[in-house]
Design a protein around this ligand. Structure first.
Ligand SMILES: [Fe+2]
Ligand SMILES: [Fe+2]
Length: 208
């Protein structure tokens, strides 16, 4: 992963931030690093296929859960979490944006938006967008954050054991549905991207 980070030679020391994030998160949040590495590679692969900016997608994927490193590691040990614990976890989207925003605004916005782009999501709102940001840049942020968000959803579904305790409503809704059906319900306008991401994820799983 370090070679891949260096190969991109991004501007503004983003490579340094990415390496520092992985080193820091690995101390108490190794499962988060494994997840963000997979999301980075999946997002990169989809961006390449779509002819989008793969460097932007790779770093946005790698740093999308940056805000988790300031949360207790016990929240990510795979136990079924309470409503209060879930509320605490949800803060990672905004804190990731707040911390990264001072150094890497584009990647920070993707981090802030990665849970905001699906039905009943959370995180950054349009009011949090920096003043003076141009429309083309907003478009690129939204495109990149959508790729990362869908990759994140797929990776969490296929690898994460954590479930919300005492949640019959959400359990009932997802039971019996395929991952593709769940994704289409959450991202109704992104069927093509969903199919591409599922295919790429399958290819990675076969190689692993
Ligand atoms: Fe997240
Ligand atoms: Fe994530």
């Amino acid at each position: 992963m370090t070679n891949r980070i260096e190969r991109y030679s991004p501007g503004g020391n983003l490579d340094h931030t990415a390496k520092l994030y992985r080193a820091m998160a690995a101390v108490r949040h190794p499962q988060v690093v494994a997840h963000t590495d997979r999301v980075a590679l999946l997002a990169e692969k989809i961006a390449i296929t779509l002819g989008k900016d793969s460097k932007a997608a790779f770093f946005a994927g790698l740093l999308h859960d940056f805000g988790k490193i300031v949360l207790p590691d016990t929240l990510f040990d795979g136990h079924d979490i309470s409503g209060d614990e879930y509320a605490e976890i949800k803060t990672h989207a905004i804190s990731g944006f707040d911390i990264l925003g001072e150094f890497h605004m584009f990647t920070a916005m993707c981090a802030g938006l990665h849970h905001a782009l699906y039905h009943r999501g959370y995180g950054l709102t349009i009011d949090d967008f920096p003043k003076g940001i141009t429309l083309p840049l907003i478009k690129k942020v939204l495109e990149t954050a959508t790729i990362v968000s869908i990759c994140d959803f797929i990776d969490a579904y296929t690898h994460r054991k954590t479930k919300l305790k005492h949640s019959p409503a959400s359990k009932g809704k997802s039971e019996g549905k395929t991952l593709r059906e769940l994704l289409l319900a959450q991202y109704p306008g992104d069927a093509q991207l969903i199919d591409l991401a599922l295919e790429a994820n399958q290819e990675f799983a076969e190689v692993a």
